[in-house]
Write a protein that binds this ligand. Structure first.
Ligand SMILES: Nc1ncnc2c1ncn2[C@@H]1O[C@H](COP(=O)(O)OP(=O)(O)OP(=O)(O)O)[C@@H](O)[C@H]1O
Ligand SMILES: [Mg+2]
Length: 330
């Protein structure tokens, strides 16, 4: 005897977005290759169809929006051919990295002079810039710039697979703490210097000004990113062990960071009725997916927004995105 189960999708993607009419920053995350770029594209297109001005932006250093849309969207906001109200952008961090290097060089130089240390700033700058977090910081900066510019009704972000996405957002908190510390030690250094100097004239401290501005920006970013009316993170998974484990972890982290989770999208599900049962291979895959669907039901109760079938081809081009949209926004 089977007990009637509640439907897996209680509140659909369409229903959920309908209940969150002010939603402005929508993120897609998950393990590599699960369909983040596709789901971000589908969502952006759907919102544009609803009459919104939408920017689909990729913060994944390994971009694939150009491939998805069949047009070059690297480095500049580009209207997506065959749509109205949709623009796409693969964020280019090269300029930001160069700019940050220069900014850091100026600050370090100023500081070395201030502290009367006769070393070249370049060594420090290179050390800082070869840090792998440097590119991520640049990405975060660019993303925040876009968010602050306020030129679109909705921003849909296609994020990087691994822990990057979490760091990208967690960074706002870490930055905040770091800057607080820096400001505090600057204040101490400054008052010590004032105490020791004979002239009581108060000097402008560019490093301090920078840190205070930076803190303001980060605080503003954190406000936006933790506002459940404006921001939501959606996680894409497959009915498989690893992608499920990854997003379970993500969801926990995001709760810790106070970043709102919009829900879970299950992708590439083989429809048992359509697959037939001639092949043992397919039968096994279907059975395996069935088990993991059970796990998804238990782990993400009430959070599953859509179940998308495995199509018989890749999802590419605006037309195919529209077709996938009929599933995501069923
Ligand atoms: N439901 C589906 N049916 C068939 N193919 C799909 C489906 N969803 C996505 N794909 C295809 O799977 C591949 C991976 O999808 P996508 O690029 O969106 O994943 P991703 O999570 O963004 O990957 P990455 O981590 O590399 O950024 C693409 O070729 C895409 O067209
Ligand atoms: Mg991708």
């Amino acid at each position: 005897m089977t007990v009637m189960e509640a439907p897996l999708v209680e509140t659909s993607m369409r229903g959920w977005l309908g209940e969150h009419a002010e939603m402005r920053y929508i993120f897609f995350g998950g393990k590599g290759g699960v369909g983040k770029t596709v789901m971000a594209g589908v969502t952006a297109l759907e919102l544009a169809k609803q009459g919104k001005r939408v920017l689909l932006a990729s913060t994944n250093p390994v971009h694939s929006l150009s491939g998805l849309l069949g047009q070059d969207v690297f480095g500049k906001e580009t209207a997506v051919t065959g749509t109205t109200g949709l623009w796409a952008l693969e964020i280019d961090t090269r300029d930001t990295i160069d700019r940050s290097k220069k900014e850091i060089r100026d600050k370090i130089q100023w500081f070395l002079k201030f502290a009367e240390i006769s070393t070249k700033a370049d060594e420090f700058v290179e050390a800082a810039a070869t840090n792998p977090a440097f590119e991520e910081s640049a990405m975060f900066e660019n993303m925040v710039d876009l968010m602050f510019k306020n030129e679109y009704d909705v921003y849909v972000f296609d994020t990087a697979p691994t822990a990057n996405a979490r760091r990208l957002l967690g960074m706002s908190k870490v930055y905040g703490l770091w800057v607080d510390k820096m400001v505090k030690s600057r204040e101490e250094a400054q008052s010590l210097r004032e105490l020791l100097s004979f002239t009581k004239k108060k000097e402008e401290d560019p490093l301090m000004t920078y840190l205070v501005d930076f803190r303001k920006r980060i605080e503003h970013a954190r406000e936006l990113l933790t506002d459940p009316a404006k921001t939501a993170f959606f996680f894409v998974t497959l009915p498989e062990a690893l992608p499920i484990a990854v997003i379970r972890r993500f969801i926990d982290w995001f709760h810790d960071f106070g970043i709102p989770v919009g829900g879970v999208v299950v992708n590439m599900v083989i429809d048992p009725n359509e697959s037939g049962s001639e092949s043992e291979f397919v039968r096994n895959r279907v059975a395996m997916q069935g088990d993991y669907m059970g796990e998804i039901r238990r782990a993400f109760e009430g959070q599953v927004r859509a179940v998308i079938p495995l199509f018989d081809s890749d999802v590419r081009g605006v037309q195919m995105l529209g077709k996938a949209g009929e599933k995501l926004f069923a």
